[in-house]
Design a binder for this molecule. Structure first.
Ligand code: WTA
Length: 653
């Protein structure tokens, strides 16, 4: 742990060194790892194409650094402690030796099922240790994993499989989520009707429900594993070979496959985990994210395992069997570092302190937050009732594209301020710019958050479409990586993330594009057009507000969202019924096409949308309506039909 920063002065010195001599700085950290062959050049980059390469010509396998490297001293140390959805099911503990052996076995299974270096493997799994085993086995054979969050619909799954032309799918019969089960294999079967690249499906038995197994294509995890040995020589890959693809939403309708490569991602997740959480060897670290998101990739699997840490993996949800579940698990497993999302904190806060009081929480040392801005109230509640005023809160800002944490306090080292992600980690060079791309310098300023120098785990491309990567992140401001976030730098130089400035919403910490949701709504046969915006939501951070234009037929059926009080009680109640049914249909469609997380909270039926003369929807106005801030709608005279605004305001939800 020679790279651990333990005082604020040391942070300042280290930061300075990392900015003045970035190559030397990262070089030294990279030497910690086992390499099959060391690199010859540390960095080559330009943000124009973009092209970023770290540890050039290095050869390695990341799983040797996650697993094999720890076997000599820590073979019997728990690598994963798994907590079931069912509070009464015993924990599963996998030591480093056991995890290593399981990963080797599954690497053999992948190979026996035709997977070779460079192939894409889709993983659509419950939060069980086998998910981690599958991820690491892909890395061990040099295949590229594409984990799809198991809450996504069959359509989202097939789109992702097709985009990356995945050859194999790893899934389970079903999953448990609170008191529900989800028939995962059934969703896969539906998805596979519209894909042609998948040759094999490996199915883990979790819920024991009856499923279809297609002969020749589908095989059982347990029978394949029985045939496999626990030895597998890790395949040599290049530093810049892709490690994984992870899909994330942007401003357009189609999610993009963010590509991370091997060595840079390894070095950065190792370093940020060690420092931000001030890792100690006896820690029990618990990140509550799902492995389907970047947080789970970097801080359930790779960051902790690269450090030889013990990582908790939780199958369930925070409110099952009741809202004290997180706190019960912290006491039961003696969790020392806990990392969750503001939306979870807010919802548990709303459930009341009676769910917190029964628990001691006295093993906690550091508590963290990620995924969206944390509001002051939630920050103080977390600090007081969970951290008992003695645990530093690390409000970590980062993105799928950044691979690891970029701006965050270092626990116990950086003085914190509620709602501030505070300062950049070593090697991270933020810059704020105005809309013209000019640097906004000094303190007490606001601007668009960009990065002016590459850190090792910056995204390399978007899968199959490099131009899209360039356009989205590297073309808005010359020679800068644009994050899509607005940001404030206060009088102390501390950074506070304000939120997205593009058409990306953040619903309970999940990224969703407005266009993505609109496309789904427009699939309803009676919808002519729709526009979606986010609005502040007490628990979810942001909620989804959809404005929907319906066709003539629907209007005839009475699906018009105007004042229902016509005096004719029967007709009014019929129409209300119709409207409710129609809105539910829209929610169902969105659920089916994207995921239940994308369902609009509010739907307003409108006769038109506020458009400029060139046909562009003025979302600014819709946002104001959704935020219930109609006192100042700004200039509406440039609209094609300004009267539409009056109607929208009058019927706002
Ligand atoms: C937002 C999640 C404020 C931000 C790791 C970013 C945050 C987007 C924070 C990325 C934070 C993430 N404070 N906002 N601490 N962390 N965000 O790709 O808008 O799912 O651009 O990555 O979440 O979301 P993503």
């Amino acid at each position: 742990m020679q790279h651990k920063i333990t005082s604020f002065e040391q942070y300042q010195e280290t930061y300075k060194k990392s900015v003045e001599h970035p190559e030397q700085f990262w070089d030294e950290i990279a030497h910690t790892f086992s390499w099959k062959k060391k690199w010859d050049t540390t960095l080559d980059w330009n943000f124009k194409e973009p092209s970023v390469k770290w540890f050039i010509n290095g050869k390695l396998n990341i799983t040797e650094n996650c697993l094999d490297r720890h076997l000599e001293k820590n073979a019997q140390k728990p690598a994963i402690i798994w907590e079931s959805n069912d509070i009464n099911e015993p924990n599963r503990i996998l030591t480093y030796q056991e995890l290593h052996d399981e990963v080797c076995r599954f690497s053999n299974v992948l190979q026996n099922n035709g997977i070779e270096k460079g192939d894409r493997v889709c993983i659509y799994m419950p939060m069980i240790p086998e998910l981690t085993i599958a991820v690491l086995a892909c890395a061990r054979v040099g295949a590229i994993h594409s984990v799809v969050f198991a809450g996504f619909s069959s359509k989202s799954l097939s789109d992702r499989i097709n985009d990356a032309t995945c050859k194999l799918l790893v899934t389970a019969d079903g999953l448990y989520r609170g008191n529900k089960t989800v028939a995962l294999k059934e969703i896969c079967d539906e998805a596979l009707q519209t894909t042609s690249s998948i040759e094999k499906v490996i199915v883990y038995k979790r819920t024991n429900e009856a499923i279809n197994m297609q002969i020749g294509r589908d095989v059982w995890w347990h029978s394949e594993m029985q045939k496999a040995t626990p030895h597998f020589d890790a395949v040599e890959v290049d530093s810049e070979d892709a490690l994984f693809i992870l899909y994330t939403s942007g401003s357009t309708g189609k999610p993009k496959g963010v590509v991370h490569t091997t060595a840079g991602y390894m070095v950065f997740t190792y370093y940020t985990f060690l420092n931000v959480f001030q890792y100690e060897s006896d820690d029990v670290f618990w990140c509550t994210a799902d492995v389907g998101w970047i947080t789970g990739h970097s801080y359930i699997i790779y960051g902790p395992l690269l450090n030889g840490a013990t990582s908790v993996m939780f199958e369930g949800i925070p409110t099952f069997p009741d809202a004290g579940r997180f706190w019960a698990v912290i006491d039961k497993l003696s969790v020392s570092k806990f990392y969750t999302a503001p939306t979870a904190i807010r919802s548990l806060m709303a459930s009341g302190l009676e769910f917190v009081y029964p628990y001691k929480l006295d093993t906690l040392k550091v508590i963290g937050s990620v995924g969206e801005p944390i509001n002051e109230e939630a920050w103080y509640w977390y600090h007081e009732h969970i951290g008992k005023q003695k645990c530093p809160i690390v409000d970590t800002w980062w993105q799928t594209e950044t691979g690891g944490i970029l701006i965050s306090p270092i626990a116990g080292v950086t003085p914190t301020k509620p709602t501030f992600a505070t300062l950049p980690l070593p090697g991270v060079q933020p810059i704020l710019v105005d809309s013209g791309g000019y640097e906004v310098s000094g303190n007490n300023v606001e601007g668009f958050l960009c990065m002016k120098f590459p850190w090792p785990s910056i995204l390399r491309t978007t899968y199959g479409d490099h131009e899209r990567c360039r356009l989205t992140y590297f073309s808005t401001y010359e020679n800068l990586y644009f994050t899509g976030d607005g940001c404030r730098r206060d009088e102390d130089g501390y950074y506070r993330i304000i939120g997205r400035v593009d058409d990306v919403m953040n619903i309970s910490g999940h990224r969703l594009g407005t266009a993505e949701v609109e496309n789904a709504i427009n699939e309803h046969p009676n919808v002519v057009e729709s526009a979606v915006v986010a609005y502040p939501h007490d628990i979810k951070g942001q909620g989804i507000y959809a404005f929907v234009i319906v066709d003539k037929q629907s209007i005839e059926k009475g699906i018009v969202d105007t004042d229902p009080d016509t005096g004719d009680a029967e007709a009014d109640s019929l129409r209300l019924l119709n409207i409710t049914a129609f809105k539910n249909e829209i929610r169902d469609i969105v659920s089916k096409i994207i995921s239940p997380i994308a369902k609009p909270d509010k739907i307003q039926i409108v006769s038109g949308l506020p458009k400029t003369r060139s046909g562009k929807i003025m979302r600014r106005i819709l946002r104001k309506v959704a935020e219930n801030d109609i006192s100042n709608l700004g200039d509406t005279t440039t609209l094609l039909d300004p009267s539409i605004v009056d109607e929208i305001v009058k019927n706002a939800q």
